[in-house]
Write a protein that binds this ligand. Structure first.
Ligand code: PAF
Length: 279
């Protein structure tokens, strides 16, 4: 596996592959790999001839009081894991390479970013959309693979890819979970053992939503109340949001049933976790 740090280096590799007619998959990441990331890389291996993984803790998607500095990093371990997953190139630029002095352009997706994580993390999706658009221009992949845990992120990326005519196929990959149902996330490493036990309340709440809607549509208000009870009965938890609505428009629905999206953001101690399910 090659490691590249600069835009000209990765461009020269991918343009060579393109000349040879090879199909390229991009897996954008912020590193600290877990089984969820590795599943995206393996999917890339399955769908394309070449797999590029970008590893960049993108400063512009973190708010001023968020965890950019503390975000977990372990470059050597990540290298070994990516290599084991059959990745061809790991592109790991420095912030200056991505945002040289004078950088002043951003991608802003309207509407879809108003609610859910967009409401609690102002500017977050502007940072995500901008860096992902840059990665699409730098790597020129045929496909790009993202986890469905960040469901709103996936919809935002699908939207700007279409709106800005990027010739990239966006592939969503199902959430990879721990044995007890907790969705895998680099941020799970922040949890104390006791908080880690509490963190399963997100999955339990989603199971409850599935049970409640299994016989037909139910009131969104009733469903949210039941989920809130389930979560708040668990120590160390504070709810950021519970969303129940349309997975395409990300608008709330009064009644939810088959095909609706239930998405959660819950603080467990000082760690903010997200999870979701399509009913
Ligand atoms: O999901 C992530 O890890 C990040 O938001 C992404 C897509 C790599 C952009 O920085």
């Amino acid at each position: 596996m090659k490691v590249t740090r600069t835009i000209p280096e990765i461009r020269s590799l991918t343009s060579e592959w393109k000349r040879e007619g090879e199909r390229i998959a991009l897996v954008p990441t912020m590193g600290f790999f877990h089984e969820g990331h590795l599943a995206l890389m393996r999917k890339g291996r399955e769908l394309a001839d070449r797999v590029v993984v970008s590893l960049f803790v993108n400063p512009t998607q973190f708010g001023p009081n968020e965890d950019f500095e503390q975000y977990p990093r372990d470059f050597e371990r990540d290298l070994a894991l990516a290599e084991g997953a059959g990745v061809d190139v790991l592109f790991s630029p420095e912030p200056n390479e991505m945002y040289p002095p004078g950088h002043s352009t951003a991608v802003e997706v309207e509407g879809l970013t108003n609610g859910l994580c967009g409401a609690s993390r102002p500017g977050h999706f502007r940072g995500v959309a901008t860096v992902v658009a840059k990665l699409f221009n730098i790597v020129a992949p045929d496909i790009a693979i993202f986890g469905e845990k960040d469901f709103q992120q996936l919809q935002v990326i699908r939207r700007f890819t279409k709106d800005l005519d990027f010739p990239v196929e966006i592939v969503g990959h199902p959430i990879v979970r721990e044995e007890d149902g907790l969705a895998m996330s680099s941020r799970n490493s922040y949890l104390s053992p006791e908080e880690r036990r509490s963190a399963t309340c997100l999955f339990r709440a989603l199971q409850k939503a599935r049970d409640m809607a299994s016989q037909g549509p139910v009131s969104a208000a009733g469903l949210k109340e039941a989920l809130e009870k389930e979560i708040l009965a668990t120590p160390h938890t504070r709810i950021d949001y519970i969303f129940a609505g349309d997975p395409e428009t990300l608008e709330e629905q009064d009644e939810v049933g088959r095909g609706s999206l239930v998405a959660l953001a819950v603080w467990v101690g000082k760690t903010r976790l997200i999870d979701n399910a399509i009913l």
